[in-house]
Design a protein around this ligand. Structure first.
Ligand SMILES: Cc1cc2nc3c(=O)[nH]c(=O)nc-3n(C[C@H](O)[C@H](O)[C@H](O)COP(=O)(O)OP(=O)(O)OC[C@H]3O[C@@H](n4cnc5c(N)ncnc54)[C@H](O)[C@@H]3O)c2cc1C
Length: 546
């Protein structure tokens, strides 16, 4: 069994773990980050895309509002490549409580959030799709943020400072010696290989799984899980973030993110950190609420729905123990297990927002450094992150790639027509993984492959073929990778089967089930990699569920 020794092991490759690992590496700490899947595949990859101004929390949760506006400014400064400065509007309708805007303006002023009152006419000049019966509008400095880009850049920057990251490595055990956590056992989820990591301190940044990870050390960190659903519409509909100006409720926000407009979200209690269910009422509610501020949007083409789980933590001593859903504050907690449990070598960071991930990372790193007897302050707010080298890793709108295509800057034939991904881009992205295994879903996050209107209907079999040629994987593996990818794309389409989306789904069914016969294929794990013919293990009919 391989053994490694580092100063700090960070568990979790979401925004918080990535920001904390980067912070620690800048302080000169030898850090290793372990993520059980790919980077940004937990809540950070299943979020709404809003760089909060803090306006959302100005009345009920002033602490979070203040954190958001401060970190909004910091992230714009250090990670401009991941952010689109869309600006934001808070819009009241006749259906909303008439006394709320005044409370909200006061809350924003107290939290330091700048607001500018517009007339409904001025707002509609700026955003022509807004309803004609809006009663009050304010402008705030919201934005949208690509979490895949942000997290990758935190991790790449951490590497420049000497740190390392292992993706597809699950922490399956924490090593305890008496009253101290001294490391962890990591399992490579692709090969099953196990390695031991000795660490002077372990930082638990496992998001909704933070309670499970703390449990590996025999500690009890109770987290409430709050699920929220979102829907991506196929065009931007608005170019500014539009928030409903009322006490926070379901379906309040529209966020233009890259090529799409994301509507959301809901707040549903769940008892599972990985609950990605989307219920029909959530879809109906989100579309109806969005339609009240942008009439007609519910009849537009919805591309995909997904949901994520908010880990809500309030220490029992905070006195809000029976709060649920939106009543629980969105600020974060850093738990020093020396103080709380008399256990050294473990720190947990949980809660918060993606907007506040850098601050969470910094404060968690402060507590880790205190445990290491290090007295070096965090400096992540001071210096811009390195701009991603590969243009594909930069936040883009569709017209960016359209312009590049027209000017001959994007070479190679189109593989994904919806998101304009060319063969060259795909090949470069695959090559960037070197010898590491790469999955179609990784390429989706890198390039937006398969995220457009056909939801991978046309591009995925082409991409699977190119990937197989370049990596020399067996036909069996390629078929399985294709089925996994297509299944996952279609899972997000299934709650939205009407109109164009339904027609597209039938077409995809013809391609994948009736033409390629993916539903007729399954695989026998024992037959994999035995060299007895690529397709030796493919038989039966349970690999593809479209
Ligand atoms: C519906 C919804 C909408 C949201 N919208 C917004 C928004 O618009 N703006 C905003 O600022 N915030 C938003 N948030 C909040 C934001 O998404 C989260 O605060 C943030 O993504 C949390 O990041 P994290 O790194 O703490 O957790 P995660 O991103 O969940 O990362 C934790 C990681 O730990 C890994 N992990 C778990 N167990 C192990 C293990 N044993 N071994 C190795 N790895 C492990 C997981 O795979 C995961 O990748 C939203 C949240 C939800 C649920």
């Amino acid at each position: 069994m391989a053994t490694t020794a580092v100063d700090v092991l960070v568990i979790g490759g979401g925004a918080t773990g990535a920001a904390a690992a980067y912070d620690l590496a800048r302080r000169g700490v030898r850090v290793l980050l372990a993520e059980q899947r790919d980077l940004s595949t937990g809540t950070s990859g299943r979020y709404h895309g809003l760089l909060h101004s803090g306006g959302r929390y100005a009345v009920r949760d002033p602490e979070t509002a203040r954190e958001c506006i401060l970190e909004n400014r910091v992230l714009r400064r250090i990670a401009p490549f991941a952010i689109e400065d869309t600006g934001g509007l808070f819009v009241a309708t006749a259906l909303d409580p008439p006394d709320f805007p005044q409370q909200w303006v006061t809350g924003c002023a107290e939290a330091g959030i700048p607001t500018e009152k517009l007339t409904p006419g001025q707002a509609r000049e700026h955003e022509p799709t807004l309803a004609t019966d809006i009663t009050a509008v304010y402008r705030v400095p919201d934005g949208s943020c690509d979490s895949f880009d942000l997290v990758h850049v935190f991790v790449n920057a951490m590497r420049l400072f000497g740190g390392d990251a292992l993706i597809y490595h699950r922490v399956r055990a924490l090593l305890r010696e008496g009253d101290a956590v001294v490391g962890a056992e990591l399992e490579d989820t692709r090969t099953g290989e196990v390695r031991t990591v000795h660490a002077a301190c372990v930082l638990n940044a496992a998001g909704p799984w933070a309670g499970v990870v703390a449990g590996l050390a025999g500690l009890d960190v109770r987290i409430r899980f709050d699920r929220g659903a979102m829907i991506a519409m196929n065009t931007r509909w608005v170019n500014t973030v539009v928030n409903r100006l009322r006490p926070a409720a379901d379906g309040d926000i529209l966020v233009p993110v890259g090529t799409v407009c994301v509507l959301g979200t809901t707040s549903v209690h769940t008892d599972r950190p990985d609950d990605n269910t989307i219920e029909n009422w959530e879809v109906n509610k989100i579309l109806a609420e969005a339609d009240a501020v942008v009439p007609g949007i519910r009849a537009g083409r919805a591309l995909r729905a997904w949901s994520g789980v908010r880990p809500l933590y309030e220490p029992p001593e905070a006195g809000h123990d029976d709060a649920v859903g939106r009543a629980v504050k969105r600020t974060f907690s850093v738990i020093d297990h020396v103080e709380r449990d008399d256990v050294r070598g473990l720190v947990t960071v949980v809660g918060g927002k993606l907007t506040t991930c850098r601050l969470m990372g910094e404060q968690a790193a402060d507590v880790v450094c205190a445990q290491l007897d290090m007295d070096k302050p965090g400096t992540t707010a001071d210096e811009a992150l390195p701009v991603p080298a590969a243009p594909s890793r930069r936040y883009h709108q569709l017209d960016h790639r359209l312009r590049q295509l027209e000017h001959g800057e994007l070479a190679g034939e189109l593989i994904c027509e919806c998101e304009m991904v060319t063969r060259r881009q795909l090949e470069d992205a695959i090559a960037a993984y070197g010898d590491q295994p790469v999955q179609l879903d990784d390429l989706r996050r890198d390039l937006r492959l398969g995220m457009g209107p056909c939801q991978a209907g046309f591009c995925s079999y082409r991409a699977a073929g190119i990937l197989q040629q370049m990596h020399g994987t067996s036909g069996q593996e390629a078929v399985r990778a294709l089925a996994d990818f297509v299944n996952e794309r279609f899972r997000g389409v299934q709650p939205l089967l009407w109109g164009h989306g339904l027609r597209q789904f039938y077409l995809d069914e013809v391609i994948y089930r009736r033409t390629l016969g993916l539903d007729k294929l399954s695989w026998d794990a024992d037959a994999e990699g035995d060299g007895a013919g690529d397709d030796a293990g493919i038989e039966g009919a349970d690999g593809f569920t479209l």
